[in-house]
Structure formats: C-alpha cells, structure tokens
Design a protein around this ligand. Structure first.
Ligand code: FAD
Length: 457
C-alpha cells in the first residue's frame, strides 16, 4: 500500500458499494470523505436511502468472498453477527420450471440475513478507519470540474439547505439505483450517456414471518425461480437473523404480486408449488407486506462515452441495476469495487485510469447482465430490444441444462455455480454437462415434492 501526501478521495453514497469503495480509496489516499444523504445508523436498522432493504436479499458466496478479500474478516463478521451461510444447493431448495434441483452438498454458498445487517457489518468494519469521514444527511447534487476532469462534488446540507462544494483528487459515485450521475455529467457538457433498459415489469412483495424455532432450524432456504412465460411468478423464503424468515413473492408484468396482507397468502398459494404458502401460513407475520415495483435492468454505459472524464468512476447500482430476482446486484457491486482496487494498485491515480476502471466496472457486470436480460427477454410483454437468434439458442441450451440438473447432482452443482456468478457461463459447456444436457432427464418428471428434509450428507 502506498499513499500520496495530501490526496483526498470522495465517495458519493454510503451504501454497500460506497463503503467498500471508501475502504479501497483509504488504502492509498490520506483522507476519504463519504457523502451520504441519510443518517447512518450505528446498528442494523432500516433507512430511507436503501428502500430495497425491506425486500429479501440473498448474497452470493462469490460476492461475499470478493468483499472479504477487500476487507479481510468481513465474511466471518457477517456470520458472527447472525447471517446464515447456506450451502447451495445443499441447504437451499431450488425449484426450476422442470422441477426441484437435488439438494446435493457443495462448497458454493449463499449468505442470508437482513440487508440492514449486511450493510451495518460493512460499515462497522470499514468506518473504524480514521482516514474515512462520513458526511451524513448531506446530498450530492452535482459534480464540479468540466468535461475533461471531475474535481469534486456539489453538496447540499439536508438540515439547513446550505450548498457547498468539496474538492477531491478522485471521485467514486455510488449513489445507487436512483443515481443522477448521467444528468450531472450532461450539466458539465459531456455528451448524453447511452442507456440500455430491458424491463419485464418485475415486482416484489415481501413479508417477514416468525416461525416456530424448530421449523426455522429445519427449513432450507427456498428459491422458486420465477418462470418468465405463462404464470410469470416465483417466490423466495430465506432465513434471517433472530429466528425470522423473509418471504418474497415475485411476478412479472401482468402477474405482479399484490401488496395487501390478506392477498399475500392467496398469491403464494397460486405459485407453481404450495410449499411457501404452507410454511408461512404456520408462521406469525411480523409487520405488513412491503411492495417494490419498477425492477428493471438498466445500464448507463459510462464506459462508452467518447471521452471519459479523468477523476470519476461510477459503480454499484449507479452503473448497472439488475432485475433482482437473480440476486446478483451486490455481487456485481463487490466485483466493481475489486476492479477499482486492482486498477489503483496497478496504475495509481494516473492519467486515463478512471476510463480504464470504468471499462473494468462494465466488464465485471457483463455476465450478470447477460443472465438477467436473456431471461427477461423471453417475457412476452418485455420492454426493450427483442431476443436475438444467439440469445434464443443460449436460452434453449440453458433450459436443457436446467432440466438435466433436476436429476443429476453434478449438473445441479455446475448450474448453481453459474447462477451464483462463481463460474463463467462457458463452464456449462464442459463435456459432462453438455452430454447430460443433450441426453435429457433419465425419467420423465422430477419429484414434485419439495425437498425439505434435513440434509444427511
Ligand atoms: C427489491 C430488490 C431486491 C434485491 N435483492 C437482491 C439480492 O437478493 N441479492 C443481491 O445481491 N442484490 C439484490 N438487490 C440489489 C442490491 O440491493 C443492490 O445491487 C445494492 O444495494 C447496490 O449497492 P449500492 O451501494 O450501489 O446502492 P445502495 O445500496 O442503494 O446505496 C446507495 C446509497 O447512496 C445514497 N445516495 C443516493 N443518492 C445520493 C445522493 N444524491 N447523495 C448522497 N447519497 C446518496 C443512498 O442513501 C444509499 O445509501 C436487490 C434490489 C432490489 C431493488
């Protein structure tokens, strides 16, 4: 680690990506300021700036490992604080449109806990660093500099309404899905940022439940992958800390889940398997159903600006927002911060490094974008450009792999590795998977029973 005297880093947004980015900048700069619109609670608590935290979040092992490599001790801190580390698919029952995947033991894992806990643990570890200062209740309202170089940000104190600006040698914008960085760049004279949008109208409805303690211990995570055609619905039931469950109903355009408390169970009963409805009907609801709509795939292509300004990198949801039913957002955000780290280590804050990093951020989201978009494009009412012949072939092959995975543990593990972003999509072309995919299932139908029994191996 080398630091340069007097250098100041600025991070806009103190969410998951912003705090990780602050950690990376603080390793090479004398001081880092994080500007956050909200107050940041000193314990796991909800806040306005991350409204999605009320919805189920499943954190892929690949993302957790990436974050832990950036901030050593993070993985252990998450599990110590109460996050459940579940083998996938060993401790998670996945229902595909072809049936349940076998719950075969596997090293790959997912973390399950409230999003408030996930974020708080990161803050708790990272913000101990005395080089990092957080300006809470402060909103970034624009950037300073010009089209060639970003030199800081314009800020507004939310209590007083007072406007100031803060200069920096390097700025990371991590203002999440409501980000306005593309407008801010336009105001400095940069050309319009090209934006890609694929919108299958995905909506969530989530409710927290308190099951009997034995039931909580014995029940695996349940992920009923949303079908994209026909009844385009799915559902998730995941363990949280403190013996709670989070249950989410998912529906795409035309099949959106209702937000009313009474309608929640009815919608759950209509999913492709009754297990989620059966489990939650025996548990005590905690609070009301919370909905979330507008879950589009949106990617402003900052990496495609004809000339990227020096001194600015955009990452996290501000650079790529995904349909969350694939649970990839935080893993992509962690990979983007890892790219920031790797490039700053290699090149330092030198001319052209921001453009290089921005391209790497874009590459780090490419697989997740492809997985999400190729699936969403199958929906008949999707808004966005249509299915190309290449994507049709890819989807056809993905279906064959999925069908084979319902009865072949090795294929199930290979499929989960890709769904979890732990291995590249090309790993599904290995001979064993390829052969299984083309042979198809050995019997006509996989078991219709949910694999809820405790794992014995
Ligand atoms: C319904 C839903 C479910 C999801 N489920 C999953 C899942 O299961 N697994 C998964 O990996 N991902 C999931 N995601 C995605 C995940 O929530 C995001 O990828 C992740 O939060 C991105 O982190 P971020 O730091 O970029 O943004 P955020 O975590 O949203 O943080 C942005 C921060 O910027 C602050 N901010 C915004 N504007 C300003 C401003 N102008 N000035 C100062 N501060 C500002 C906000 O207050 C906030 O603190 C889900 C998303 C949604 C919507």
């Amino acid at each position: 680690m080398s630091t340069k005297s007097g250098q100041h880093g600025l991070v806009l947004g103190g969410g998951f990506a912003g705090i990780l980015a602050a950690h990376v900048l603080a390793a090479r700069m004398d001081s880092v300021t994080v500007v956050e619109r909200d107050g940041l609670p000193g314990r796991p608590e909800p806040r306005k700036g991350v409204p999605q935290a009320r919805q189920s979040h499943l954190f892929m092992g690949a993302g957790a490992r990436t974050a832990d490599a950036l901030v050593p001790g993070l993985l252990r801190a998450w599990t110590t604080a109460g996050a459940h580390r579940l083998s996938a698919p060993g401790d998670v029952a996945f229902l595909t449109k072809f049936g349940w995947l076998p719950r075969t033991p596997h090293d790959e894992f997912v973390l399950c806990c409230s999003r408030d806990l996930l974020d708080w643990v990161v803050r708790d570890l990272v913000l101990r660093n005395e080089r990092i200062t957080v300006l809470t209740e402060t909103e970034a309202v624009g950037l300073t500099g010009d089209a060639q170089r970003i030199t800081g940000a314009r800020l507004r104190d939310r209590a007083t309404g007072e406007h100031t600006s803060l200069e920096a040698d390097f700025v990371v914008a991590a203002t999440g899905r409501s980000s306005r960085v593309d407008d801010w760049l336009g105001a400095l004279g940069l050309p319009k940022v090209p934006v890609e949008v694929i919108d299958a109208g995905t909506a969530y409805a989530t409710r927290i439940f308190c099951p009997a303690p034995d039931r909580h211990r014995a029940t695996p995570g349940i992920v009923m992958i949303a079908n994209v055609t026909g009844e385009a619905t799915g559902g998730v039931l995941l363990p949280l800390e403190d013996g709670l469950w989070t249950a989410t109903l998912i529906g795409m355009r035309g099949s959106e889940p209702p937000v009313g408390d009474d309608a929640f169970l009815d919608f759950a009963k209509g999913l492709s398997h009754p297990v989620l409805a059966e489990l939650v009907s025996e548990a005590a609801p905690q609070g009301s159903v919370r909905g979330f709509r507008g879950l589009v795939n949106r990617r402003p292509r900052f990496d495609r600006l004809p000339r990227h300004p020096e001194g600015l990198v955009v990452l996290g949801d501000a650079a790529c927002t995904l349909n969350p039913s694939h649970a990839h957002g935080m893993t992509v955000a962690a990979s983007a911060v890892a790219a920031l780290h790797a490039h700053l280590e290699q090149y330092g804050i030198t001319r052209g490094v921001a453009a290089r990093i921005q391209r790497a951020v874009s590459r780090s989201a490419a697989t997740a974008w492809q997985l999400s978009v190729s699936d969403d494009l199958r929906h008949p009412d999707v808004v966005g450009s249509g299915l190309s012949p290449a994507v049709r072939v890819q989807n056809h092959y993905a279906d064959r792999v999925m069908r084979a995975a319902t009865e072949r543990p090795a294929v199930a593990r290979a499929l989960v590795d890709v769904m979890a972003l732990a291995k590249p999509v090309t790993s599904l072309m290995r001979p064993r998977t390829l052969t299984a995919a083309f042979r198809g299932p050995r019997r006509r139908l996989a078991s219709a029973d949910a694999p809820l029994a405790p794992r014995t191996t």
